[in-house]
Design a binder for this molecule. Structure first.
Ligand SMILES: NC(=O)c1ccc[n+]([C@@H]2O[C@H](COP(=O)([O-])OP(=O)(O)OC[C@H]3O[C@@H](n4cnc5c(N)ncnc54)[C@H](O)[C@@H]3O)[C@@H](O)[C@H]2O)c1
Length: 282
């Protein structure tokens, strides 16, 4: 396991011994805390739940945040049953005070978080002429304000540790998608946010990257199927026809990408957007 090769206090910079000679430690460019703690927002289901399970399997303790803490419990129990550490925290990522309190609770109960996955999301799809101001604002708030508040609340712990990983969930819709003026603007906005965090926090050993999924089978895409009047089966089958690898995605496909960005060895990859869509187009 590569992670076991990274000890607390490993601190390799510049051209020291082992640099460029295949040493594992040489891949790590900042201190890695001994016990790694991650916060995953929107972790009760779908992509967030898969990310929480995957990072727990990678050895991280997980604070699962969602609107309703009880909805996170099945995932928390699964992680604990597998020998991991996890807690469920009820939190609305849009609320500044709630976000600060949620991060404080994770810090008290699991330790200082040095990994943050901004995954919480909603859709309020309508063609422009039918889109209400509430549809616009709520999507901006959850994706952009939520990612901003969470990142601001956690970054101090990362800077103190000299190590951090922020992963934001963007979307192929950032490239434009009918009926999603609000969502595509928010997901494109998250890409700019990601690149700016990478610029500001890189010197502290913190990377920021985005995963932009294509069609992933979750309750979010089930909601879209309902809106367009198709069964989920027909909807996914039609979507798969346009995807080069011939299938729609699953939450674990995205969890795998997040696991890479979060890994200590990915410290030289920052400010990137990974389109995980079964083909070259998001
Ligand atoms: N499913 C896809 O095809 C797809 C594609 C591209 C991007 N994404 C993005 O991936 C992320 C996860 O999507 P999913 O398909 O798993 O969605 P999902 O609807 O299944 O799950 C989203 C979770 O976020 C939580 N959430 C919503 N608002 C919240 C808030 N204010 N505070 C805290 N939690 C909140 C929900 O309760 C839910 O548990 C989202 O950001 C989404 O936009 C999904």
């Amino acid at each position: 396991m590569a992670r076991q090769a990274v000890r607390p206090g490993d601190h390799v910079r510049g051209r020291g011994a082992g640099h460029g000679h295949g040493s594992r430690a040489a891949l790590v460019t900042s201190s890695v805390p001994g016990s790694r703690v991650a916060i995953v927002t929107g972790a009760a289901r779908g992509i967030g739940a898969a990310v929480a399970r995957r990072l727990a399997a990678d050895g991280l303790a997980i604070g699962l945040l969602d609107l309703d803490s009880a909805a996170c419990e099945p995932v928390v129990q699964d992680i604990r049953a597998a020998g991991g550490r996890a807690i469920a925290v009820g939190a609305d990522v849009v609320d500044e005070d709630v976000v600060e309190a949620a991060v404080a609770r994770v810090t008290d109960e699991l330790g200082a978080p040095t990994v943050l996955v901004n995954n919480a999301g909603i859709i309020r799809d309508h063609l422009l002429f039918r889109m209400s101001v509430a549809d616009w604002d709520s999507v901006m708030e959850v994706h952009l304000r939520g990612a901003f508040l969470m990142s601001r609340a956690v970054q101090g712990h990362m800077v103190t540790a000299g190590f951090g990983r922020i992963v934001n969930l963007s979307s192929g819709s950032a490239l434009g998608n009918r009926g999603q003026a609000n969502y595509s603007a928010a997901k494109a906005g998250l890409q700019g946010f990601t690149k700016t965090l990478a610029l500001e926090l890189g010197r502290f050993g913190v990377t920021a990257n985005a995963v932009a999924p294509g069609f992933i089978e979750t309750e979010m895409t089930a909601e879209t199927a309902e809106r367009v009047g198709l069964s989920f089966e027909d909807f996914t089958a039609r979507a798969a026809e346009d995807i080069p690898v011939g299938r729609t995605g699953h939450p674990d496909d995205i969890a795998h990408c997040v696991s890479f960005f979060v890994s200590p060895e990915a410290g030289f990859v920052s400010g990137q957007v990974l389109y995980a869509a079964g083909g070259p187009r998001g």
